[in-house]
Design a protein around this ligand. Structure first.
Ligand SMILES: [Zn+2]
Length: 282
């Protein structure tokens, strides 16, 4: 699943190429993937591409927006002749002919360029919303992991008195928005804290270390353009990221821990594959 750094990367890349473009036609191949009236968007100019948590926002003039969530397997691919820009879940559709059988929505712009929303598993969505509806949607989310609103007192208050494992808590979008499995595993390793620890058991020093570690791995993820963990597609220019080259523990079962050299273990925690070092993460 694309996490905050991957969605931030797609947002930045798309912003560079589709801001100011005018939508000529929207074709919806899968009604489940689209909520709203196509005619509201056609003829409208994109003013801004931004991100909140893992939601991408296309803002138009006149109180009109499209919110986009890539969920498990979504991709956004902008096509201008031979050039492709975008990203999301890495599959053969990054390079295949588009539209593909996984294309759910297709935008054609007035200059002939196109934007494809592909989604194998159809959990992702595009929703047409006015500004008020966008504000309501965003009000449900905690501040972003890389936002200055996540202060140590905020974080300490959110994790005190909670007995769920700390890894599960930092992946909760009501606590911090945008930390998924990859960055949660890596942040806990950097902080040398076991993912299994009850959240409330963290000392003030550990709380501080963990928050700093979350911010460090998210910032590194953004700097690396996100992670492309399916090896086959890591070299697709314009779409792949490079965080996978600096992963600390995620996906590295049996390899040496970057802190202490002991072998990294994999367990299941709340249904998710969880990588950690039992030697130095206590
Ligand atoms: Zn270790």
């Amino acid at each position: 699943m694309p996490e905050l750094p991957e969605v931030e990367t797609v947002t930045r890349q798309l912003s560079a190429v589709i801001a100011d473009k005018i939508v000529q036609k929207v074709t919806v191949f899968k009604s489940k993937s689209w909520v709203g009236e196509v005619v509201k968007v056609e003829g409208q100019q994109i003013k801004e591409v931004s991100r909140r948590s893992k939601i991408i926002r296309l803002r138009f003039a006149d109180n009109l927006n499209i919110l986009i969530h890539l969920k498990m397997s979504g991709q956004l691919i902008f096509v201008d002749g031979q050039t492709r820009v975008g990203g999301g879940h890495p599959t053969a559709d990054w390079t295949n002919h588009l539209p593909s059988k996984h294309t759910r929505v297709m935008f054609k712009f007035t200059d002939g360029t196109q934007l494809f929303f592909n989604d194998q598993r159809i959990f992702g969505w595009m929703k047409v919303m006015n500004d008020e509806e966008v504000a309501q949607e965003f009000a449900l989310l905690a501040p972003d992991a890389n936002s200055s609103e996540i202060t140590l007192p905020y974080f300490a208050e959110k994790i005190a008195k909670r007995n769920v494992p700390i890894k599960q808590l930092i992946m909760d979008n009501q606590v911090i928005a945008g930390v998924g499995n990859i960055y949660a595993c890596d942040a806990l390793n950097l902080a040398r804290i076991s993912p299994l620890r009850p959240a409330a058991s963290l000392s003030p020093v550990e709380q501080k270390k963990l928050l700093e570690s979350i911010q460090t791995v998210i910032a590194l993820g953004i700097q690396k353009g996100g992670a492309t963990v399916h090896g086959k597609y890591v070299h697709v220019t314009g779409m792949s990221g490079h965080y996978q080259e600096v992963l600390r523990v995620y996906g590295r079962k049996g390899e040496p821990c970057p802190n202490c050299g002991a072998p990294i273990q994999k367990i299941k925690l709340a249904g998710r594959g969880t990588f950690f070092c039992p030697n130095c993460q206590v």
